[in-house]
Design a protein. Structure first.
Lengths: 397, 419
């Protein structure tokens, strides 16, 4: 039992170490180092030995010395004896092994004897693995988008693996792609169009949704249940089945290539979510406040503007942000309705840019960074509001 | 008294909801019904422009007679399929112009030529010619003559409003359109995309539900793919996977894992042999599904995390007392607690993936075996410009969706009954 657990522990820890070092090697390769192999066999042997020796020497050496000794040994083997690599790479490796040893520090022969110890270890390492793996998988494309926008055409073709940012070339050269897309590709105009469309959609949606949500939340009328269930069903209906009829109708009415047309469609498609999210919040406002207002002879307009809106600022802002993001990111309708470059939104403009095979990719990525940044900024800054809005439906079910 | 109060309440409610209801009706419900109508018609993209009578004015001088001029109007019906009724024509001329030969359909008064051309069938063309003479023998300014534009008017039916129906579109959709292949591709894309995003959602939610340093940061990072614009993400992936100078292929070649680059988005099949069995994997479709999972697992993560945080701690404490292993705790406590959320998620994501257009369109445009039903709507309607066919495919989507919703609610109802 003891031997089996020891070996299992060492194996799991070693695989984790292999993963850590491999990710580091990939990152180092992308900074322009020439690393041709992962040396998995060697990392495996060293990692296995480190885990084993850690268990054996557990209490005999102070943890900090142990970490330093193990890390130095690994660096000497991997970084100097096998592949001669620069100092910054080895410092990174050193820190990684240091991190790894401090992670396995809490395991010793005593807790390996406990029940389910291998499962606990597996769970712990899987969690760590997951955190690193998902961070890498998610952040890497964003990082790539950013770095590519700072590159020149030649640099991209010469070494597609070089993902370092060359700050030495000066700010003007660094942001060259951004200057170009603003100057030659009119991106300033597209930003303005996108902003007008998104902010406009937010305002109109709120104007329509707040009264409707109030009625659904508070008033009794014939068809109320029907309305509140159909809101959700309509939300399920896909944009792609609306496209052809809307295209034909908008063509005949001359609404294509116009901001008004987009505003109408965006408002209609975001209204169901907005009403659904708002009415849930309105229901949680105590009724007594409105009863007092009715005694004061306030009309429904007064109730909404003087009581409901001030009390539900958090919910309204969460809906506003959510709708803004939907409108800003929207692509399908802008693809269908806009074919004149004068009325493009950002998303449509980037797609149009990519349609020309001659367009250098750093321009495409600069455009992508411009369209992504506002959304990510809003999301990170107002995350609390947005997440509560996104999960409004889930906590109940 | 009470009755009137209830009445006022009702009235207020209708006033408050009416704008929203009308807008949603006009933009969402009406088009769905309009789809049914259009899908039974033979309509092409060019037909949705209302037919109009057109005239191209050509001014020709007549040799040796400077005071005479010939004007040729190339008349035509802009529609290839519809007639225009009661076409009327008007054109103005300078004050010294006299007409030489008057067409019986026309009338020349006050230097204004008025004609009634009657009905023009579809594709109608006519070269209509008039000769003028100046009454004072002065020279004719051709440019000025050309700048005056004739006015034409006529009545026509809107092709969308007439009552000629045909079943041709549906016949084509169901029998000529590689329908089975289309359905299968859509199903693979939807099903594996949904299941994958839910599995990743469970894993990440379970992960973030534990305490570690930087947990809040991790939670926002996990949502990045879901909130960022699809256009930016799709093109970034395209660059990443590009066979010629993409990062992924360069990395794999650099580490000698592969020898020649793989065109992950442009290759339909790849041969894989596992344990001596050779089978073909649909490569481009798999890549597109990966993108789908990558982009949408955050939603599953968010829903499942919210549910995980609501599970009472006592359950896990009791399990610890009983000596349950981590896997037992996961399968016996966590999983049953999140099945309800998972089934809701499955439905929502299945429906949304089923209708997903942008992701596939931006990555492959529907090429190399990634043509799903929504892509087909676009291809039929806008690439082949057959609006009727596009609508018919839309109807197929709606019907399948309704069927899916129906079965799902039935199954859900059954399960609730059993419990």
């Amino acid at each position: 039992m003891k031997i089996k657990n020891t070996i299992l522990f060492s194996l799991i820890a070693t695989f984790f170490l292999i993963f850590l070092v491999s990710i580091w090697k990939v990152l180092a390769t992308l900074q322009g180092l020439t690393i041709k192999t992962f040396n998995i066999e060697i990392i495996f042997i060293i990692g296995f030995l480190i885990s084993l020796f850690h268990l054996i020497f557990n209490d005999k050496i102070k943890p900090i010395y142990k970490s330093i000794i193990f890390s130095s040994l690994f660096v000497i083997f991997d970084g100097y004896l096998i592949q001669k690599l620069p100092v910054w790479y080895n410092v990174g490796t050193f820190l990684i092994i240091y991190f790894f040893v401090s992670k396995i520090n809490k395991y010793n022969f005593t807790n390996l004897k406990e029940e389910h110890s291998t499962q606990v270890i597996l769970f712990d390492f899987l969690t760590l693995f997951g955190i690193l793996f998902f961070s890498f998988v998610i952040l890497f494309p964003f990082y790539m988008m950013l770095v590519t926008s700072f590159k020149t055409q030649i640099a991209l073709l010469v070494n597609p693996l070089d993902f370092s940012i060359n700050f030495a070339q000066g700010l003007k050269e660094l942001f060259n792609s951004y200057f170009v897309i603003f100057k030659s590709y009119n991106f300033g105009k597209y930003i303005i169009t996108s902003t007008i469309v998104s902010v406009g959609t937010v305002i109109i949606t709120l104007l329509f949704a707040i009264p409707a949500a109030y009625a659904v939340a508070r008033l009794n009328f014939f068809g109320k249940t029907f309305l509140s269930t159909s809101i959700l069903i309509i939300y399920m209906f896909p944009a792609i089945v609306l496209v052809i009829p809307l295209y034909t109708i908008f063509s005949q009415l001359g609404l294509r290539n116009s901001i008004e047309g987009l505003l109408i469609v965006y408002t209609a498609t975001t209204l169901p979510v907005a009403i659904y999210m708002l009415q849930g919040y309105f229901k949680s406002i105590p009724k007594e406040l409105e009863e007092a207002a009715i005694l004061d002879r306030l009309s429904w307009f007064g109730i909404i503007t003087k009581i409901i809106i001030p009390l539900s600022i958090p919910a309204i802002s969460s809906v506003a942000l959510y709708v803004f993001m939907i409108a800003w990111n929207e692509f399908l309708f802008s693809l269908m309705f806009l074919d004149n470059p004068n009325s493009f939104t950002l998303s449509r403009a980037i797609q149009y840019l990519s349609g020309d095979a001659e367009t250098p990719r750093q321009y495409l990525m600069a455009g992508s960074v411009i369209v992504t940044l506002p959304v990510l900024f809003i999301f990170v800054y107002f995350e609390k509001y947005l997440v509560s809005g996104l999960t409004a439906g889930s906590v109940k079910g | 008294m009470n009755d009137t109060l209830a009445n006022t309440e009702k009235k207020t409610a209708y006033i408050l909801t009416l704008p929203a209801v009308l807008l949603v009706f006009a933009i969402i419900l009406f088009p769905i019904f309009a789809n049914v109508w259009i899908s039974f018609k033979e309509v092409e993209l060019k037909d949705i422009r209302i037919p109009e009578p057109r005239a191209k004015k050509i001014v020709k001088s007549i040799s040796e007679e400077t005071s005479k001029i010939k004007i040729l109007y190339k008349l035509r019906n802009s529609s290839l399929i519809q007639e225009i009724r009661d076409v009327s024509f008007q054109d103005n001329f300078p004050k010294n112009f006299e007409i030489v030969n008057l067409d019986p359909r026309c009338d020349y008064k006050n230097y204004n030529l008025k004609c009634e051309f009657g009905n023009w069938p579809a594709k109608y063309r006519e070269n209509f010619q008039v000769i003028f003479e100046t009454n004072d023998g002065s020279k004719i300014d051709k440019k000025k003559l050309k700048s005056i534009k004739p006015k034409l008017d006529g009545k026509s039916d809107n092709i969308l409003l007439n009552t000629n129906f045909t079943l041709k579109n549906f016949k084509k959709v169901l029998f000529d359109n590689e329908f089975i292949d289309l359905l299968l591709t859509t199903f693979y894309y939807t099903f594996f995309g949904t299941v994958g995003s839910i599995i990743f959602g469970i894993l990440t939610a379970q992960m973030v539900n534990q305490k570690f340093y930087g947990r809040t940061f991790m939670r926002s990072v996990l949502l990045f793919p879901y909130v960022a614009p699809v256009v930016a993400l799709a093109y970034t992936w395209e660059l990443l996977l590009d066979p010629n100078s993409g990062t992924l292929n360069s990395l794999l070649i650099n580490y000698q894992i592969i020898e020649t680059p793989i065109n992950l988005l442009g290759q339909k099949y790849i041969e894989i042999s596992v344990l001596g069995f050779d089978f073909k994997l649909r490569l481009a479709l798999t890549t597109v599904i990966m993108f789908e999972i990558w982009r949408y697992f955050p939603l599953a993560f968010l829903f499942i995390l919210a549910r995980l945080q609501a599970i009472p701690k006592e359950l896990y404490e009791a399990a610890d007392v009983d000596g349950a292993s981590p896997f037992q705790k996961f399968f016996k406590i966590t999983l049953p607690q999140i099945t309800a959320v998972i089934s809701i998620l499955f439905m929502i994501r299945f429906i949304w993936n089923f209708n997903k257009f942008e992701d596939v369109f931006l990555l492959t445009g529907g090429a190399s075996g990634t043509r799903t039903l929504p892509i087909n709507v676009y291809q039929q309607g806008f690439a082949i410009s057959d609006i009727g066919m596009g609508s018919a495919v839309s109807i197929v989507i709606v019907v399948l969706l309704l069927m899916f919703m129906f079965f799902y609610f039935k199954l859900l109802g059954k399960r609730v009954d059993e419990n």
